[in-house]
Every structure is written in structure tokens, then in C-alpha cells.
Design a protein around this ligand. Structure first.
Ligand SMILES: [Zn+2]
Length: 54
């Protein structure tokens, strides 16, 4: 068993789901949720902002 890999894999996760939340401006946060704003645009927001909605 290769124990040396442990822990490091987490930091290698691709950045595709990470970014800056347009609502709370948190950087390097996971943007997992799509919401639609007043203008009908799709926004990727973080978990917290998804609950608030606009
Ligand atoms: Zn947010």
C-alpha cells in the first residue's frame, strides 16, 4: 500500500469547480451551484449563497 500518496491527492483536485463566488466574493471556493439572477443569467455560486438565493 502506498501511504505516501495520502493527503496530497486532495490538493491536486482540478480547479474546474473552484473560483470566486460572485455573491460573497470568496476566492478559491467551490462553486457547485447554478442560480439564476435577476437578469436571467446563470451564476455559479458557493454552497452558502445557493441557500440565500437572490
Ligand atoms: Zn458565495
Amino acid at each position: 500500500m502506498a501511504k505516501s500518496k495520502r493527503g496530497k491527492a486532495l490538493w491536486k483536485t482540478p480547479a474546474r469547480s473552484r473560483g470566486t463566488c460572485p455573491i460573497c466574493n470568496s476566492t478559491r471556493i467551490k462553486l457547485l451551484y447554478d442560480i439564476v439572477n435577476e437578469d436571467g443569467e446563470n451564476l455559479k455560486v458557493c454552497k452558502r449563497c445557493q441557500k440565500h438565493k437572490i
